[in-house]
Design a protein around this ligand. Structure first.
Ligand code: C2E
Ligand code: CA
Ligand code: CA
Ligand code: CA
Length: 276
């Protein structure tokens, strides 16, 4: 890797090797992460765009590894998906998230991210049933978040499983909308409760960037006519919040209203507010 000379072969192969080695180590650690108590859920508030009161929290996974320190989800989630470790990890997430939500007021939901690998697992709906039954959370308080990519590999199975989950009384949100490659056909037949407008559009939206504005406007209009709500992701300041409200998004999520926080902080946000 030292040789920066013309021969790319010498530069390329060793670094590939190092990456594979690092990846293998990371995978081994991730395999032990649940048992070692290294995984934790953070919760980020989602607010009603008009009243600015908390309507739900999104559960976001954090991994503080003994060997590797804090590892970003952008790194370990794809690894967990590639190795299918996301199946047991995702089951843990579902249980933890439901358990935590039972401590909140009844009108506050919990949103849980579910990867395609989990959704296509036979009996995934049973995993959801079990999480609800074990924790006692009412089904309507659980929202499952999926991205368009779940329809790419095996759209039929993904659709069937989502229908089963909806039949339980849970809601399903379409995450990162506008960033995927799949067709919009599934929007005709699946009753998503919410479309989450990806933060790239939200953060790009301004008077100087009419394109992002136009796209958000179109998504809001489409969601309305399909009787779905919209959540704008990645709202970081008051100007963005005002703009998003003007554009008619139903809900707002972003650092401006709250970062992902520890369970105990999220709890105090909604439990204290009601009692005082
Ligand atoms: P996501 O589902 O789109 O989650 C939202 C991400 O945006 C989170 O990143 C959150 O911290 C970040 N975010 C929220 N508000 C703002 C903001 O105002 N500005 C900016 N710049 N970012 C904001 P995070 O926690 O790093 O998670 C990254 C991704 O990892 C998630 O994206 C999701 O795809 C995946 N992920 C996280 N937890 C889980 C999980 O339990 N299961 C699965 N399957 N995937 C997960
Ligand atoms: Ca999400
Ligand atoms: Ca998202
Ligand atoms: Ca994402």
């Amino acid at each position: 890797a030292k040789d920066e000379g013309g021969n790319t072969h010498y530069c390329y192969v060793p670094s590939l090797h190092a990456n594979a080695e690092e990846r293998r180590k990371l995978e081994l650690s991730l395999r032990r992460a649940i048992g070692q108590n290294e995984l934790e859920l953070n919760f980020q508030p989602v607010v009603n765009a008009r009243s600015e009161t908390v309507v739900s929290f999104e559960a976001l996974l954090r991994w503080n590894s003994e060997e590797h320190g804090f590892v970003s989800p952008a790194k370990f989630i794809p690894l967990a998906e590639d190795t299918r470790l996301i199946v047991p990890i995702g089951e843990w997430v579902l249980h933890e998230a439901c358990r935590e939500a039972t401590r909140w007021p009844d009108d506050i939901k919990v949103a849980v991210n579910v990867s395609g690998e989990q959704l296509l697992e036979p009996m995934f709906a049973n995993t959801v049933v079990r999480a609800l039954a074990d924790t006692g959370l009412a089904p309507h308080r659980l929202e499952v978040e999926v991205t368009e990519s779940v329809f790419l590999r095996d759209g039929r199975t993904a659709r069937q499983t989502l229908e089963e989950i909806m039949a339980l009384g849970c809601s399903v949100a379409l995450d990162d909308f506008g960033t995927g490659y799949s067709s919009l056909g599934y929007l005709r037949t699946l009753r998503f409760s919410t479309i989450k407008v990806d933060k790239s559009f939200v953060q790009g939206a301004s008077q100087e960037n009419q394109e992002s504005l136009a796209i958000i406007r179109a998504v809001v209009a489409m969601a309305r006519s399909l009787e779905m709500t919209t959540t704008a992701e990645g709202v970081e300041d008051a100007d963005q919040a005002a703009l998003i409200r003007e554009l008619g998004c139903t809900k707002i999520q972003g650092f401006y209203f709250g970062r992902p926080m520890k369970a105990i902080e999220a709890r105090s946000l909604v439990v204290k507010g009601r009692n005082s």
